[in-house]
Design a protein around this ligand. Structure first.
Ligand code: ATP
Length: 248
């Protein structure tokens, strides 16, 4: 992690509040360790993303929203290194990236705790073992710790996948609909946990249709429509209305 100048965070970012896509040069600020630069991604005849430049900064809670099929999942897959851009490039430097996407990954015959221990074992320089206990508690996974993953309800599967995303305590946490299927009590608890995760310059990027659920947390908002970046900047007081007006 490089040193970060706190004055470069939300509020002093030159792209904030402006309804336009960041240009290539704007993504090259010293604080960004994870960025797409002029990225286009095609699947055969389909252009999923077109000429996107977008930087993710340390210590921000960054919302990525857009209608169905707008390219959000593709953007996350590029950031996670799961797919390659057709053109342009992904800048990741040495940043660690953890992710939870729509398809949960876990070992079905292992328990929740065993899954977390196995994924912890994959990490070169893992956080202390107490971090696993913290995740069980904070993600409300503790009641299911000794249950087999394939016998979990949908909400617990989602929480286990969140735990797997978090087990290496990544600098950048990419979450696709992290609260889908999660009960109200757990939502509040996990929401607070993700808010706090920003400490120590860690970044949370959430892709969601439910912008209202994260409105109070967002430091930054990026809106993708039809594979293009329609907006990148500060969320307004009425994020739902802001999003609606961007779609009109
Ligand atoms: N593996 C693939 N092969 C072909 N086309 C794909 C593939 N993955 C995505 N696409 C297409 O790329 C476009 C963007 O899809 P993507 O899944 O990234 O959107 P999304 O914003 O995540 O959608 P949703 O909100 O519905 O999950 C869509 O037109 C989709 O059909």
């Amino acid at each position: 992690m490089t040193d970060t100048d706190p004055t470069t965070k939300t509020g002093t970012d030159p792209t904030h509040g402006e309804t336009r896509a960041a240009t290539d040069s704007e993504t090259h600020d010293a604080t960004a360790e994870l960025a797409l630069v002029d990225v286009t991604k095609r699947y055969g005849e389909t252009t999923a993303l077109e000429d996107i430049s977008l930087a993710f900064r340390p210590g921000e809670f960054h919302g990525l929203i857009g209608p169905n099929g707008s390219g959000k999942t593709t953007l996350f897959a590029l950031l996670a290194g799961l797919v390659r851009p057709s053109s342009g490039r992904i800048e990741r430097s040495t940043a660690t990236v953890g992710y939870s996407f729509q398809e949960p990954r876990f070992y079905p015959s292992l328990t929740v705790r065993e899954n977390l221990e196995v994924f912890r074992g994959f990490v070169d320089d893992p956080p202390p073992a107490s971090w696993l206990e913290t995740l069980l508690e904070e993600l409300r996974l503790a009641p299911a710790a000794d249950r087999r993953a394939d016998q979990l309800s949908g909400g617990f599967r989602k929480k286990l996948d969140l735990g797997i995303a978090l087990i290496k305590r990544p600098q950048y946490l990419l979450l696709d609909e992290p609260l889908a299927d999660v009960d109200d009590y757990s939502r509040r608890r996990i929401g607070r946990f993700l808010d706090d995760y920003r400490e120590n310059d860690r970044t949370v990027v959430v892709s969601t249709h439910n912008v209202a659920a994260f409105a109070d947390s967002l430091d930054r908002l990026s809106v993708v429509v039809d594979g293009r970046l329609r907006f990148d900047g500060a969320p307004g007081d009425d994020v739902v209305g802001q999003y609606r007006s961007l779609l009109e």
